[in-house]
Design a protein. Structure first.
Length: 80
């Protein structure tokens, strides 16, 4: 699905069905990858270490239940 459908209500419904889904998130989506230590920040301002760039990282999306984290993966531009 595309980023238009990446809304909390729809994503929660898909989760409740036990399905796995992939969707891009808009760059201004607010996320917390610090487990509440830091404030929410825009997804395009997240820092990624080398391992996280390969394996992804867990983060909480603003507006989602406090115990719900999603796995984020970063797509990097391909070299020519």
């Amino acid at each position: 699905m595309d980023s238009w459908y990446a809304a909390q209500k729809l994503m929660a419904h898909i989760d409740s069905l036990g399905k796995i889904y992939y969707c891009p998130l808009k760059v201004n989506r607010l996320v917390d990858d610090s487990s509440g230590i830091q404030k929410y920040k825009r997804i395009d301002q997240m820092e990624w270490c080398e391992i996280e760039q390969r394996q992804g990282k867990l983060a909480k999306l603003r507006g989602f239940p406090k115990d719900k984290k999603v796995k984020l993966n970063r797509l990097l531009p391909q070299c020519a």
